[in-house]
Write a protein of this length. Structure first.
Length: 218
């Protein structure tokens, strides 16, 4: 199923569910792997894109992204690559719980990190996230011109670059992101210009909660 001449598709795939019984914001920490359901999500994506003209699978360096991309790359018969620009956003609260009540946000010593939600003050600036993600998209487009590429990343980076491209403000309510686990955000380029953006949830029936769009540290 090849693309039309001069047309390139970049599929941004959010990784599958992670085994995180402690419910911490794991961010860029190592050794957070896919759960059994997360592995099923990755297999689902592999099946869904098997007939696409995908010539490369490139992932964030984090374990959960690499593990999500592996069955897709195997199904397509390509060697997966890694791009550091696809990594999760940096976050001051990494490794902590941030739930209501007994989480890190209830402790006064952490409140200084909440002073500016527009940058944000608790982590990597939204503008920088958008810029590095856009760089990853541009490299993939140039390397696979006229074909399709699958990039495996994380919820905040995917939503941030989409918001930047669509002209929305970058600060937002995390609960309103349209980027569920194992979802695909697809950018279609005509030469070097994005002409459409599409969103789909091939593994919607595998989500732990119907309609859930936000998971801390994902």
């Amino acid at each position: 199923m090849g693309t039309a001449s001069g047309t390139t598709k970049i599929h941004l795939l959010r990784h599958g569910e992670v085994h995180n019984p402690g419910k911490v914001l794991y961010g860029r920490l190592p050794d957070y792997h896919l759960s059994e359901r997360g592995r099923a999500m990755a297999q689902r994506i592999a099946e869904v894109v098997a007939d696409r003209d995908i010539v490369a699978v490139i992932t964030s360096p984090l374990d959960r992204a690499v593990e999500t991309g592996a069955p897709v790359a195997q199904k397509l018969g390509v060697e997966p690559g890694v791009d550091d620009d696809l990594i999760e956003a940096g976050n001051t609260f990494e490794g902590l719980t941030v739930g209501v009540g007994d989480g890190a946000l209830s402790k006064p010593k952490h409140w200084k990190h909440l002073r500016n939600p527009f940058r944000p003050s608790w982590g990597e600036p939204y503008k920088e996230i958008a810029e590095r993600m856009r760089a990853g998209l541009d490299r993939a487009r140039k390397d696979a011109a006229g074909h399709e590429v699958l990039l495996v990343s994380h919820q905040l980076p995917i939503w941030t670059v989409r918001s930047a491209i669509e002209g929305r403000r970058l600060w937002h309510d995390p609960r309103k992101r349209e980027c569920s686990l194992a979802s695909l955000t697809t950018f279609t380029y005509r030469d070097d210009t994005i002409v459409s953006i599409a969103y789909s949830e091939p593994a919607a029936d595998l989500l732990p909660e119907a309609g859930k769009t936000f998971t801390a540290g994902a």
